[in-house]
Design a protein around this ligand. Structure first.
Ligand code: FAD
Length: 374
């Protein structure tokens, strides 16, 4: 275990929500520098998310990490300000999709007893423009709308308060550990030495591993599209709404409605851009389940959600590389699990192999699970 007197140096590669949240926690004990390739932290996945927190989400592990993050969002450190607002979340289903609602409730009711089954009358009471053929649904009254910009900035300020540093426009291009510590070289030619490299490079995490001569984890970035429309109807009090069929969600966001066709096309790591077809599909699906005749979107974007085969995050030291720490594969849950994951990551960095901050099997998120299965 490290002590405050020795303050080993950590280089965090990636200035998204993952890199910043872990950096803030780790900087209590380590001398931390975050490097970000872009001029703007959060430019990639983090700045493109739907900014929602769901408790009944994905899998038992993601559910637990989310649940343990909830109190941070509701009562963050004072310097973060307000980063979450209450948001209701409504699933809607046609008659022939009733089994999807049954199966959702079978999976989640015991963990989330506040979930409420809805009928058609309930659904139009929440969103009057939903078509009458949606007669079944579920209301989750314990979701949150997150302010990702304030969250990221809060982590950044927490890091700075502990003496940590952020360097933007710093793309890591080379990593060398032949002298017993890491020497990182950046695109402009400058270098930085560190004891531990944290790989929080989002969709580029496998590329960063290759720079370090560490075996990649088989990360697959998948594109997800978002768009905003401004229909002439009062929508500010609507819940977030998603189809049980899993191919559309929409939610009020200030003066717009954000929608997504819930696409997940494989992509290389890149500055993701929306495809016209995905935008058209989203608009069509929205028209199909509401009585609104919507025109063109006023804003469109896409971002990457990066997964490994079991769709769980990868957190921990690489097998055989004591100075290389994985912090990647945050899929579609990296914002909402950032408080719990960062606590866990900081404990592992600190040498605690049995962390107490989270109620999950640490082996389920360890990078070592890939070597065991081979
Ligand atoms: C449309 C959409 C909706 C989403 N909705 C939600 C949601 O509602 N709730 C939720 O929790 N999550 C959501 N997500 C997922 C969430 O956005 C991600 O899980 C999260 O942002 C991942 O954060 P990250 O820091 O790992 O990646 P990123 O934010 O991509 O950060 C990684 C950073 O590493 C930098 N980098 C890469 N290579 C290098 C290098 N060589 N040198 C230096 N820097 C480098 C990149 O420039 C990048 O800024 C959504 C994602 C999308 C696309």
């Amino acid at each position: 275990m490290y002590t405050k007197r020795t303050r080993p140096k950590i280089l965090v590669v990636g200035g998204g929500i993952a890199g910043f949240s872990l950096a803030m926690h780790a900087s209590q004990r380590f001398d931390v520098t975050v490097v970000e390739a872009e001029f703007q932290p959060g430019y990639h996945s983090t700045g493109r998310s739907a900014a929602v927190f769901h408790i009944a989400f994905e899998s038992d592990t993601i559910h637990r990490l989310s649940l343990e993050s909830e109190s941070f969002f509701l009562s963050p450190p004072r310097s973060f300000g307000t980063i979450a607002a209450s948001l209701q979340n409504m699933m809607i289903a046609r008659d022939e999709e009733r089994d999807l609602v049954d199966s959702f409730l079978d999976t989640w009711t015991s963990r989330c007893p506040w979930l409420q089954r809805l009928n058609g009358t309930d659904i139009v009471r929440h969103i009057p423009v939903i078509h009458a053929d949606f007669q079944d649904g579920v209301l989750d009254s314990r979701s949150l709308a997150l302010d990702v910009h304030s969250l990221l900035d809060g982590y950044r300020r927490g890091l700075a308060a502990n003496g940590g540093v952020v360097r933007t426009n710093h793309r890591l291009v080379e990593l060398d550990d032949s002298k017993g510590h890491w020497r990182a070289t950046f695109a402009q030619g400058d270098t930085l030495d560190a004891d531990i490299v944290v790989n929080a490079a989002g969709a580029w995490a496998d590329e960063v591993a290759i720079l370090a001569d560490v075996k990649p984890i088989g990360l697959i970035p998948r594109r997800r599209t978002g768009l905003r429309i401004q229909p002439k109807v009062e929508f500010k009090s609507w819940p977030m709404c998603y189809r049980a069929s899993g191919d559309l969600y929409f939610k009020p966001e200030g003066s717009s409605i954000m929608l997504s066709p819930v696409d997940a096309s494989d992509s290389p790591p890149c500055d993701a851009q929306p495809e016209l077809l995905d935008l058209a599909v989203a608009m069509d699906r929205f028209r199909e389940c509401t009585t609104l005749d919507i025109d063109r979107p006023h804003e469109t974007w896409a971002g990457l959600r990066s997964f490994v085969s079991d769709e769980l995050p990868v957190i921990g030291f690489a097998e055989g590389h004591a100075g290389f720490f994985w912090y990647a594969a945050f899929g579609g849950f990296g914002v909402q699990t950032s408080p719990a994951c960062a606590n866990l990551g900081a404990e592992l960095l600190n040498g605690n192999s049995s962390p107490i901050s989270v109620d999950i099997e640490v082996t389920s998120v360890s990078p070592r699970r890939f070597s065991v299965s081979q």
